[in-house]
Design a protein around this ligand. Structure first.
Ligand SMILES: Nc1ncnc2c1ncn2[C@@H]1O[C@H](COP(=O)(O)OP(=O)(O)OP(=O)(O)O)[C@@H](O)[C@H]1O
Ligand SMILES: [Mg+2]
Length: 261
């Protein structure tokens, strides 16, 4: 469903390419993990897919195809349509991604207001259903709350609800659990698994933590300095890493978490 071919991105104010020619695919209903150290180009890759590259400040080439339709070179209005409807995005800091002055329910339903002609009542029904499916309790009450009234874990669920409310075919998750404590992080991973198996949403899951990726993703791509150094079945990569950099990433996992090896 998503195919990235030889993607290059270079920011004008940088000498080195942020993304130096990467190719990968995400099949329908698949979760691909993307791991790599800070600055390796993971977020720039996600931004390219999400149509969020600052086009004037960089040069880019390659193809990004979503069900055969080119995203990288598409014009803005088509992009906006595709991105609202087909691609949902969840980033790391839920608080900074939300409007503090807007009620939770309105924020989750915003994408429906922009991209569908559903009535207000129909939108509210869908919003409540999305909030229920991300296991937010008492959605009727939360609907009228403001972001500051919710915990970080709840806000991250709200962000996921907002990303899935329109039932996109692809979800981009950029370190969606990094800011959360370990217990909440595990709950969010379970939730993503459930959404994937129940709704069949494909996902790109970005993390610098290979151990987190292992819990969620059947396949993983390992990124270093703008390039993919290794791609494969997660277990295969985890137990039989081929590239020295992948081995380093695995060795960086604390021993307690690595004990199963
Ligand atoms: N708007 C920008 N202008 C110039 N350079 C940028 C811009 N955005 C990202 N970069 C550079 O592109 C490279 C890749 O950055 P990117 O944010 O994709 O890394 P990352 O793998 O997501 O890292 P992290 O794990 O810290 O989130 C870095 O060298 C970064 O400094
Ligand atoms: Mg990043």
């Amino acid at each position: 469903m998503l195919e990235v071919r030889d993607l290059h991105v270079k920011f004008n104010n940088r000498d080195r390419e942020a993304v130096g020619g990467i190719s990968f695919r995400i099949g329908a209903g698949e979760i691909l993990g993307l791991v790599g150290e800070s600055g390796s180009g993971k977020t720039v890759t996600a931004m390219s897919i999400a149509g969020l590259l600052p086009r004037k400040q960089c040069s880019y080439s390659g193809d990004i195809l979503l069900d055969g339709q080119d995203l990288l070179h598409a014009d803005r209005s088509l992009l906006r349509k595709l991105h609202g409807r087909e691609i949902g995005v969840v980033f790391q800091e839920p608080m900074s991604a939300m409007n503090p002055l807007m009620r939770i329910g309105e924020q989750v339903g915003e994408v429906l207001r922009i991209h569908t002609d559903l009535s207000k009542a129909e939108r509210k029904e869908k919003v409540l259903r999305a909030m229920t499916s991300v296991e937010l309790h008492d959605p009727e009450h939360l609907y009228d709350c403001y972001p500051h009234e919710l915990s970080g874990g709840m806000l991250q669920r709200v962000m996921i609800a907002a990303a899935i409310v329109i039932e996109p075919s692809l979800l981009l998750l950029d370190e969606p659990t990094t800011a959360l404590d370990v217990t909440i992080q595990a709950q969010i991973l379970e939730l993503l698994k459930k959404l994937n198996s129940e709704l069949g949403i494909s996902m790109l899951f970005i993390s610098h933590n290979l151990n987190v990726v292992r819990k969620l993703c059947a396949r993983v791509a390992v990124m270093q300095r703008g390039l993919l150094v290794e791609t494969g079945e997660t277990d295969q990569v985890f137990y039989h890493p081929q590239h020295p950099y992948t081995r380093q990433l695995i060795d960086a996992i604390p021993t307690r978490e690595r004990r199963v090896r």
